[in-house]
Design a protein around this ligand. Structure first.
Ligand SMILES: [Zn+2]
Length: 420
């Protein structure tokens, strides 16, 4: 394989406190050198001109749904969300369970060009149809011991545990499911990733009254440092922003106790909610696109169920998103570029328990590198509430190297930017 020389890009690696115009030389599947003007060292390399582009550690999507086919219409193709979108590593959130993890390894993780990791579902059935049928997720449908055993037997693949804390579940079962999920995380010594914001409708009959603003404090009490609170910018109730439109008073305390925050962009992402949370001084640690078969424009496998709460606005020609377009949204909201890059690299690697191994550029390390276009102009960003934000900066994926192999950004799920 010829060497590859990425020439003259803006190389940003927050893990190494690096932000400079540099060359990167790739030899086989590893990074051979990083420095100014490496052309003389590599006269026979394939040179790729990266002037004006961002050259970043391989991007890590902390929230994917890629158990394709097994989770029905919900699961996307791992390489569409991964290397074909400029992303070298994707963490599937709760698609696979202790029962179905072997299939996830064999049929998703192994064949993918993308590095695929799993936050294992706390539930026996995993994330079928995006958790559409609430009765599959009651406390009797969890097995803590079996899930811990599965996680501990697959440490290369399983990096955390996925669970939900939301109104529909609390109305049905109270705290029981979250209690079991939290125990799985402690016993397996893995972080628990908790979905906030309403997912299931309230039960048609029975069920307890739940004040959406009471969920956050009850859940935070049972978590450990390193556990992850997801969807801070969701427009759905029961999360970071109270019904009165203000930040939940316990969010700052949760951060002080070592809990982490993942954006988990999704189709529920709201610029209004984001503004409230950011203005209150809460900065998410990681990003996560949260794309799935209901919020992207991909053909559904024939005969799969066709309704889902996350679907509501996603086929009206409005927001289509990806991990990199979510980075553009974070910039438009005022987060600094270096933090936005850290969210999808160094911080995400920490969430995967692979700090220093992925999410950074180092000589001798794996050649996982993402190259993004970084354009100036005027574009309209729009969320699914119809809120528009005009931005002057648009990042889009050009290609990535995954273990030294080049993949161009050709995924059918990638959004098109709309000019202002
Ligand atoms: Zn999700």
């Amino acid at each position: 394989m010829p060497q590859i020389l990425l020439k003259g890009g803006r190389v940003i690696d927050p893990a190494a406190a690096l932000d400079a115009t540099l060359d990167i030389l790739v030899d086989g599947n590893t990074i051979a050198a990083i420095g100014p003007d490496l052309a003389a060292q590599a006269p026979f390399a394939d040179v790729i001109d990266c002037a004006g582009q961002l050259v970043l550690p391989g991007l890590i999507d902390t929230h994917g749904h890629v158990y394709q086919y097994v989770t029905g219409r919900f699961g996307l193709n791992a390489d569409h969300c991964g290397v074909q979108s400029g992303v070298t590593t994707i963490i599937d959130q709760g698609g696979a369970s202790c029962i179905t993890l072997p299939g996830f390894r064999r049929f998703v993780a192994e064949p993918a060009a993308t590095r695929v990791l799993s936050y294992i579902s706390a539930y026996l059935v995993g994330g079928l149809e995006g958790h559409y049928y609430p009765d599959l997720y009651n406390p009797a449908c969890l097995d803590a011991a079996a899930t811990v055993k599965s996680a501990l037997a697959n440490p290369d693949l399983v990096k955390g545990v996925k669970a939900h804390a939301e109104i529909g579940g609390f109305a049905r079962w109270g705290l029981d499911v979250m209690r079991i999920a939290s125990r799985i995380g402690r016993d397996a010594a893995l972080p628990v990733y908790i979905h906030f914001g309403q997912l299931w409708p309230k039960p048609e009959q029975g069920g307890r009254e739940v004040n959406p603003d009471s969920i956050f404090n009850q859940v935070v009490d049972m978590l450990k440092p390193g556990d992850i609170l997801a969807h801070p910018f969701s427009r759905h109730p029961g999360g970071f922003v109270e019904e009165n439109g203000r930040l939940h008073p316990l969010v700052h305390e949760a951060v002080a106790r070592g809990l982490k925050i993942d954006v988990g962009h999704g189709s529920h992402f709201s610029f209004k909610t984001a503004r409230i949370v950011l203005d209150a001084g809460v900065i998410p640690d990681t990003l996560g696109a949260d794309m799935h078969g209901y919020n992207t424009h991909v053909p559904a496998p024939a005969g799969t169920p066709d309704s889902h709460p996350d679907e509501e606005h996603s086929f009206l020609g409005r927001t289509q998103f990806s991990l990199v377009s979510a980075m553009s949204s974070m910039l438009a909201l005022g987060l600094p570029l270096n933090h936005v890059v850290a969210m999808a690299t160094a911080n995400a690697a920490r969430m995967a328990g692979m700090e220093g191994e992925i999410g950074t550029l180092k000589v001798g390390g794996a050649a996982d590198i993402s190259v993004l276009d970084d354009r100036r102009g005027r574009w309209v960003l729009e969320d699914n509430e119809g809120t528009q934000l005009v931005t002057d900066r648009m990042l889009s994926p050009l290609f990535c190297l995954r273990d030294g192999i080049r993949h161009d950004a050709t995924s059918p799920t990638l959004p098109l930017a709309r000019a202002a």
